[in-house]
Design a protein around this ligand. Sequence first.
Ligand SMILES: [Zn+2]
Length: 543
Amino acid sequence: MKYSCLFSTFIVAAGMASHAEPVAEPVAEPRIIVAISVDQFSADLFAEYRSLFTGGLKRLQSGVVFANGYQSHAATETCPGHSTILTGSRPARTGIIANDWIDQSIDRPDKKVYCAEDPTVPGSSTTNYTVSAKFLKVPTLGDRLKAVSSHSRVIAVAGKDRAAVMLGGHSIDQVWYWSGASFVTWSTAKGPTPAIVEATNAAVAKLIANPASVPLPAACQTRSLPVSVADHEVGVIHEAKAGDVGAFKISLAFDRAVTDIGIGLIHDLKLGLGPAPDVLAIGLSATDYVGHTFGTEGAEMCAQLLGVDDNVGRTLKALDATRIPYVVVLTADHGGTDLPERNRARGAADAARIDPALAPGKLGQQLAAEFGLNSPVLLATQPFGDIYLARDVPGPMRARVLEAARKKYLSYPQVAAVFTADELRRLPAPSGPPDEWSLAERFRASFDPERSGDLLVALKPHITPIADARYSVATHGSPWNYDRRVPILVYRPGATGFEHPLPIETADILPTLAALIGLPIPAGEIDGHCVDLDPGPDTTCPR
Ligand SMILES: [Zn+2]
């Protein structure tokens, strides 16, 4: 019962320091810690929609609102972003530098590894990977709680496996994510499938076979304007076809199913009733799929965000029903921006799709010809971010080839900057307000000398790195603030809320939550700092 002791000490200390007259009832120590990550829910989307919310996202705004949260690093992708939320650490420390990266030592033709896999499991491949937290170099909140008391339970449910794994960590008790056909758990999981998962899978299978027609909410009608992109149109709602499994991920039913499982497990596992606090991590992934498929400013995103509002509301009601003190933090793994076609139509003249000439394979071929080398000279999983010099480029030539590659990238007008691994290795970890960091500091925050590329390439703002927009029209992943800024909402029933416009980092979430339960975090282990949730002179942080 180390917790309670630690927590009592903290309360006494906070109480002694308080000298205000009438004080509100102290808010009880949370027994259920809930983290909700809404994939691609940018601070811009929060600002645009916050007045329209009537459900859970309205109620969370009565708590503490950090409208300028930051996923402070450059690699604004799902896996790095989720790795910061409950670890207190930036990707440079979590080791999760991207969704996928190149590992030239691996025995795979594409040399690609996935952030949430264990490639050492026999039979694992890029397409048939074994889900694991192996690559996550640091403990999560759940791992830290379990290290103190094995009674703490850690539950992670998400649309995406990487969201569940990076939020949950190394010692998850129950992890559930969508496999592409049903909600599944990882291969080492023990015990029977919970009834709520079975029931949800059965309901989802029915729904995929017979999709329900969902009318566009009245609040979204004015956003229903078609935009032409590639061979199709976005901006207006299209009905899902019967049997279309892929359409499930971009439907309101996807997040609803994840929420159903989360709520079911709160109830079935009697979360919060054990002798130590429990963690429930929920990854609502559909917003990201909607953003990629339709962009961020159409009727589709409007309907989706009102769906998130409803799902968060249902989760809060389920937590209320337990009558157990809880805390909910809601944030996102990264932001996002709209498709360049609609951005341009709305006056952003610099919005464009990437020049296909910037494909690493093509640039590598040119370098191969110039230096008389075998292709590929450059390896990468994307036309920006981490670019790797092939291992078989001979040692004496490597510096010259790398410099030529750097210059080649910089000769393209869509490229904003190129950093070398050496440059980033020499930079100290960034500090101070994340909105003021230099571009190099943003890259440094997601740089891991073992895993990162030899070159780090930043495209200019509003350049969408999708040349062919037939399947995916918009994305994120840039070091620009539209991809870095996310809301961070912290809600404790009974606590007085306030809005804090100054920037904080998602890495600040872990120490902030840890302070609420008196969980010590040894100095120097994390990047984040405790953020005070008390609106007055008291503090929720250790003094
Ligand atoms: Zn995404």
